[in-house]
Design a protein around this ligand. Structure first.
Ligand code: ATP
Length: 364
């Protein structure tokens, strides 16, 4: 395992900037999940760590040693991709053994390692099968097994589960986490699925358009998103946003011209920032529905129920403001309202996030 440091790394392809000034330091054995929409630069970062792509600017270090110009084979990293990259003409045993055979590792040692890895991944029965005789999940296990066989210093996994169905994904997710904890190998895991990133990463890196937006533990990202982009990306359904104008410690929502009197930390943050254009954020799980407007100290907005979607243990109620903007509400109990009913959306000051709209940053 290794401590990986990516220092002010940029990557350009002609005039396309894929990654811009990206920096990150992992601790030994840490699980880093990289998340962001398609094209935000996740794969480019992985390929630069692996040495498969040159770095336009900056450095990559493993345990304080500069590996920026080292070849992939000298870096001792193992990659797992979504397409498995197994040899179709070789059986599972040979797929697993291949890398070590190439390095002239003694046969007995290879056999012992294969035995250990197939036991770990519960694929002992599959050793003589070829990849086409395996299910997607089994192929994925073999691909993981091949990466483990190398006993690398760093694992790089690029959307390794995206070809699997939902149930198998969940199972494999848990297995990868268990495996990584057991092996203690520093791991970078790319996904565009925020749920996957939050459930797997010790820390999660949120990317947008080649730039790192925030890195933190899942809880830090959820509780203190650095800007409205991260706030909207982390959490499902995403945070609701309302545009507002600030005047002293009064916030006037653009919709319905509702005036919210802020106090405590909210008013202090607003005054300190001097920001005028504000985005007020409130998560769907922090909005309640009621027949009546809020009592003292709480905020309320008038809305109409648009759709009611049971999600299993919760219900997603999509409501509509007079401006036609939708506000999502997550409730845990059955509700008496149907589509078209008028309701009041109630939320508490302590659940409010304020963002400066222009600077796109969290105020509090
Ligand atoms: P996805 O989730 O779709 O795989 P990603 O976040 O991994 O996307 P990258 O594959 O790193 O994103 O791509 C980042 C940007 O760089 C994109 O705009 C992409 O089109 C561009 N890009 C990537 N590789 C190349 C290349 N070899 N030549 C030119 N442009 C490239």
């Amino acid at each position: 395992m290794a401590r990986v440091e990516v220092r002010h790394v940029s990557k350009s392809f002609g005039n396309i900037t894929a990654v811009e000034d990206f920096s990150l330091v992992t601790s030994d054995g840490e699980f880093i999940a990289l998340v962001g929409p398609s094209g935000c630069g996740k794969t480019s970062i992985m390929r630069m760590i692996a040495g498969l792509e040159t770095v336009s600017e900056g450095q990559v270090l493993f345990d304080d040693k500069d590996v920026t110009n080292e070849l992939p084979r000298d870096r001792d990293v193992a990659m797992v991709f979504q397409n498995y990259a197994l040899f179709p003409h070789l059986n599972v045993y040979s797929n697993l053994a291949f890398g070590l055979q190439l390095r002239k590792t003694p046969k007995a040692e290879i056999e012992a390692r294969v035995k250990n890895v197939v036991r770990m991944l519960d694929i002992e029965e599959l050793l003589s099968r070829r990849p086409r005789e395996l299910s997607g999940g089994q192929r994925q296990r073999v691909a993981l097994g091949r990466a483990i066989m190398r006993e690398p210093r760093v694992f790089l996994m690029d959307e390794p589960l995206s070809n699997l169905d939902a149930a198998l994904r969940m199972e494999m997710r848990a297995e990868i986490i268990k495996l990584q904890e057991r092996l203690g190998i520093t791991t970078f895991y790319v996904t565009h699925d925020q749920v996957e990133a939050l459930s797997m990463g010790d820390r999660v890196v949120v990317m947008r358009s080649g730039r790192l937006q925030q890195v933190g533990t899942p809880m830090e990202l959820y509780e203190r998103p650095t800007n409205s982009y991260v706030a909207g990306f982390i959490g499902s359904p995403p945070m609701n946003f309302l545009a507002a104008r600030a005047n002293g410690s009064t916030l006037t929502l653009e919709v319905q011209d509702v005036e919210l009197e802020l106090s405590g930390r909210l008013s202090a943050a607003l005054r300190e920032s001097g920001s005028a254009n504000i985005l007020l954020g409130v998560r769907p799980e922090h909005v309640a529905l009621s027949d009546h407007p809020a009592s003292d100290g709480l905020y309320s907005l008038e809305a109409t129920v648009d759709t009611v979607e049971p999600l299993g243990h919760t219900i997603l109620v999509r409501t509509k403001l007079s401006s036609q903007q939708h506000i999502n509400v997550l409730v845990s109990e059955k509700i008496p309202w149907r589509a078209g009913a008028g309701v009041h959306l109630i939320f508490r000051p302590e659940h409010i996030y304020l963002f400066d709209k222009e600077a796109d940053r969290l105020l509090c």
